[in-house]
Design a protein around this ligand. Structure first.
Ligand code: MLT
Length: 320
């Protein structure tokens, strides 16, 4: 039996340290070949992944020795949590380690949209000096609507507050007396109210059966025509065809997407719109966040293999 299989590009001092104590196999491209992965995983006790490895029931069925899955990140949409739980496989993840980076990119997208920074950059590098073309808006005094007020939503709102923004929040799991909402002076509202009043709507929801397709045509039509939509969470939460239609019909002013329903996406019309900013799921990709994520997941997987309690367990109640 072998110890730890890493099926994505996860490296650094923490992986090196793990390798001094355990038999670690780092195969950064293995996620691309599900059949090879299913063959390899049979002998391993632990699997460490980021978000590209599809940890399906079929894969887990081929992993009789697997004790623990380490998800280096926060989203769990690539892991069949129910199947793993029923199979008695522990899942650990790193819910807080990349939250600051994601909040920072959400703020970056707000500033980029409000001040047309990407378009002004391309235009000026093209030899132009079009000051009038790039008159922006201030974030100061505007209303930010946070959809999903977990850690990343909270950190985004805190930073937005420093810009003098007012905060509205929608989160079905919170009540108005929540201490973080009080600290932000944020008003907890229904989603439709948030959409109707926010100047910038920032999405911070995981992809779950309840959230997939939540931002559809009806919801985009509720937004102000001057409002911007930002998604740094999961692409599946947005119906991209509906977002495209809303942008083309000028029902909203623009959008910034770091995540897409399919990654990488097929080239389409969103890529051609000047009021859309696209980035390739890089919100959590900072040196600092990746170091923290890698360290936390390596340490937690080591704990499990050492027979100690993990710190960030997803499925605390194993059914086997
Ligand atoms: C996360 O879920 O942690 C981020 O989206 C980045 C990633 O998937 O690795």
């Amino acid at each position: 039996m072998r110890d730890i299989l890493i099926s994505e590009n996860i490296r650094g001092a923490a992986v090196d340290a793990l390798s001094t104590r355990f038999d670690v196999s780092c195969l950064p491209d293995l996620w691309k070949d599900p059949n090879a992965l299913a063959t390899q995983i049979a002998e391993f006790r632990a699997l460490i992944v980021r978000n590209q490895t599809r940890v399906t029931s079929a894969l887990l069925a081929a992993a009789p020795n697997l004790k623990v899955i380490g998800r280096a990140g926060v989203g769990l949409d690539n892991v069949d949590v129910d199947y793993a739980t029923k199979a008695g496989i522990l899942i650990t993840y790193t819910p807080d380690q990349n939250a600051i980076s994601v909040a920072e990119i959400a703020i970056g997208q707000m500033l980029s949209l409000a001040h047309s920074i990407p378009n002004a950059n391309y235009d000026t590098k093209g030899g132009n000096w079009n000051r009038q073309q790039f008159i922006g808006i201030e974030l100061y005094g505007k209303t930010l609507g946070i959809i999903g007020a977990g850690k990343i939503g909270y950190l985004t709102a805190r930073r937005a507050q420093a810009f003098g923004m007012k905060i509205l929040a929608y989160d079905p799991f919170l009540t108005q007396d929540n201490v973080y909402l009080s600290e932000l002076n944020a008003k907890l509202v229904e989603l439709d109210e948030l959409l109707a009043h926010a100047d910038i709507v920032s999405c911070h929801l995981p992809a779950t059966p309840q959230t997939i397709g939540l931002m559809d045509g009806t919801r985009f039509r509720k937004m102000k025509p001057t409002a911007y939509f930002i998604n740094t969470a999961r692409g599946e939460v947005v119906r991209e065809a509906d977002l495209l239609a809303a942008l083309k019909a000028k029902q909203i002013a623009g959008a910034a997407l770091d995540v897409r329903a399919k990654e990488p996406p097929e080239p389409g019309e969103l890529e051609l719109l000047p009021n859309v900013i696209l980035t390739p799921h890089i919100a959590a990709f900072t040196r600092e966040a990746q170091q923290r994520v890698t360290k936390a997941i390596c340490e937690d997987v080591a704990r499990v293999l050492d027979g100690k309690p993990a710190q960030n367990i997803v499925n605390g109640h194993l059914s086997r």
